[in-house]
Design a protein. Structure first.
Ligand SMILES: [Zn+2]
Length: 249
C-alpha cells in the first residue's frame, strides 16, 4: 500500500476523533444511567414522592446484569427444606419487584462466581454488590453470603421459618447493592447512635440523595424484622428501591 494522501489522513483522523467522542459519550451515558432512569414514585403519608429520595444504596454495587447465579457452598446439602424456603423467599420479593432473576441454586463448583452462600450457625452476612480484586485489571470475584439455618450459637427468637425468610431477604438486598437504612445520615439519631459502633460496610459510593428515612425498611436494624405480627417482607420503599436499581422490562 502506498503513502496516504493528506486528505485521506485527515479523513481518518476525523473518523477516529468521532469514534472516540462516541465512546466518551457512551461512558458518560452509562455513568449517568442511574440518575437519568425514570424514577418511580411511591406513596408516603398520602403524598406521591419520587423514589430518588429513598433507599440507601451503593452506586458502586449495582450488578450490570440483573440475571445473577446463586450457589450453595458444599456442606449445605442436607438443608433441602431451608434452601427451598430461601429460594421461594427471594422469588416472592426481590424477583417480584424488579428485573432481578437468580438462577442455579445448586452446590457451588470451585470456580463459580455470582452469589456463593455458605450455611453456618453464625451471624448472617453478605458482601454488597459484585466483587472484584483491587486494581484496574482485577479479576471478578464471587459475592459471598452466610446464612444461618440452625440458630443455636446465633439465636433468632421469631421461629425458624420467619427468621430464615426475613434474613434471606435482608442479605439478598445487600448482595444486589443496598446498604443498611439506619446508616443514612437522616435516620433518627437514637437509631443511628444505637448502631454507630457496630462494624458495618458503609459503601464505596453511598447514595445519600434525599432526606427521607424509611422506618419500615427490611434494611434497618431499628425496624424489628423478627416481629411475628407482620410478614417479614420488603417495605414498599424497599421494593421501589430495587425496582429503581433493576427496572423490569
Ligand atoms: Zn445487614
Amino acid at each position: 500500500m502506498g503513502p496516504l494522501s493528506p486528505k485521506v489522513i485527515l479523513g481518518r483522523v476525523f473518523t477516529t476523533l468521532i469514534a472516540t467522542l462516541s465512546c466518551i459519550q457512551l461512558a458518560i451515558a452509562q455513568a449517568s444511567e442511574l440518575r437519568s432512569a425514570e424514577a418511580p414514585f411511591v406513596q408516603l403519608q398520602g403524598a406521591s414522592v419520587s423514589l430518588v429520595r429513598f433507599g440507601y444504596i451503593d452506586l458502586n454495587a449495582r450488578w450490570r446484569s440483573p440475571t445473577i447465579s446463586v450457589c450453595w457452598e458444599p456442606g449445605a446439602e442436607q438443608f433441602v427444606t431451608e434452601k427451598a424456603l430461601v429460594q421461594q423467599a427471594i422469588r416472592t420479593s426481590l424477583e417480584r419487584h424488579s428485573a432481578l432473576r437468580f438462577y442455579g441454586w445448586a452446590t457451588c463448583g470451585a470456580a463459580d462466581l455470582g452469589i456463593r452462600i455458605r450455611v453456618a450457625d453464625e451471624n448472617p452476612v453478605s458482601q454488597v454488590g459484585p466483587q472484584r480484586e483491587p486494581g484496574f485489571f482485577g479479576r471478578e470475584l464471587p459475592t459471598r453470603m452466610t446464612l444461618n439455618f440452625a440458630f443455636q450459637s446465633w439465636p433468632c427468637y421469631s421461629g425458624k421459618q420467619h427468621c430464615i425468610v426475613a434474613i434471606a431477604r435482608h442479605e439478598f438486598m445487600h448482595a444486589v447493592g443496598v446498604l443498611h437504612e439506619h446508616l443514612r445520615p437522616d435516620a433518627p439519631i437514637q437509631c443511628r447512635e444505637t448502631h454507630a459502633n457496630k462494624p458495618d460496610f458503609r459503601g464505596v459510593s453511598p447514595a445519600t440523595i434525599g432526606q427521607v428515612y424509611d422506618p419500615d425498611s427490611i434494611m434497618s436494624y431499628c425496624n424489628n424484622i423478627y416481629d411475628t405480627n407482620r410478614p417479614p417482607d420488603l417495605s414498599s420503599i424497599d421494593a421501589a428501591t430495587i425496582r429503581y436499581l433493576y427496572p423490569p422490562g
